[in-house]
Design a protein around this ligand. Structure first.
Ligand SMILES: [Zn+2]
Length: 278
């Protein structure tokens, strides 16, 4: 019997990536609208500070670092949906992590995974997989919460990093023009991180569902299978077709759990009387 190919939920992953990237692009818009106009004044304040080092630092306006904190606080508040929503007028995509529809994406991955598993089981045993899946909710909910946290961390981490970037640039004595370029050069960061999160999380969920369903019918072991392209980790390649126990994951986790891992677990099918399909 030719082994059926275990497909990756690529279309769902693409759509999740697109949605998270749309959300991440709001970081750029918020900076353009709320931070960029303040750059000349910030640089000016920093210049004044270095002219008058010492006691006189505490003017009514505070230091440039205080002002920077304030501006970035406004940027983050806008990104987290707490204020200044008009900043994002006309932008497509979710306005907040809770707008992403994480639960729906999770459901789609689960249905995709289920269709494949049902097909595979029918092929091997001549009967479909028809388990009740009582604990699946817990698994789905954990994934959902993890994703919401990760999505919220996109603007949070970005603004945090940006603060460090700006402080270094100002301390180096960058002009307003240079500082604007420095800020623009960070605009891809949250978008790239969104892509990384989306790819990683869809694969992780698919892997967890595979484990859940295989163990549900009584499959205790699997064969490690990889995509076998140049992107696959060398130590995953070395695991190709070797068997592993679900109860004893390798040091970096079962297939799909290490970051960006696209490997999958091909069931080691027990005899029919050792599995329960209903
Ligand atoms: Zn892998």
């Amino acid at each position: 019997m030719p082994e059926p190919k275990w497909a990756h939920p690529e279309a769902i992953e693409r759509e999740y990536t697109k949605t998270l990237k749309q959300y991440a692009r709001r970081c750029q818009r918020a900076c353009n609208e709320l931070l960029m106009p303040e750059v000349p004044r910030l640089v000016e304040m920093a210049g004044m500070r270095s002219d008058a080092l010492g006691e006189s630092e505490e003017s009514d306006e505070g230091t440039w670092a205080d002002r920077l904190n304030e501006i970035l606080g406004t940027v983050l508040a806008a990104l987290l949906g707490r204020r200044a929503q008009q900043v994002f007028e006309g932008m497509a995509g979710p306005a907040s992590a809770s707008d992403v529809g994480v639960a729906e994406f999770g459901e789609r991955v689960s249905r995709f995974n289920l269709r494949q598993f049902v097909k595979l089981v029918r092929r091997v045993y001549g009967e479909p997989y028809a388990k009740a899946e009582p604990d699946l909710d817990k698994l789905m909910r954990a994934w959902e919460l993890e994703n919401l946290k990760l999505i919220r961390s996109i603007p949070e981490r970005y603004v945090d990093d940006l603060q460090g970037v700006i402080i270094r640039a100002i301390n180096e004595g960058q002009s307003a023009t240079d500082l604007r370029d420095t800020i623009r050069a960070t605009y891809d960061k949250p978008v790239n991180r969104a892509q990384l999160i989306a790819n990683d999380q869809i694969g992780k969920l698919n892997g967890r569902l595979t484990q859940y369903r295989q163990q549900a019918i009584g499959i205790d072991e699997y064969y490690w299978r990889g995509v076998l392209d140049w992107r696959e980790r060398a130590h995953h390649r070395r695991r190709e077709r070797k068997s592993f126990k679900w109860s004893k994951p390798p040091w970096d986790g079962h297939p799909g759990q290490p970051i960006h891992c696209r490997c999958w677990a091909s069931p080691k099918w027990p005899p029919r009387d050792e599995v329960t399909l209903q």
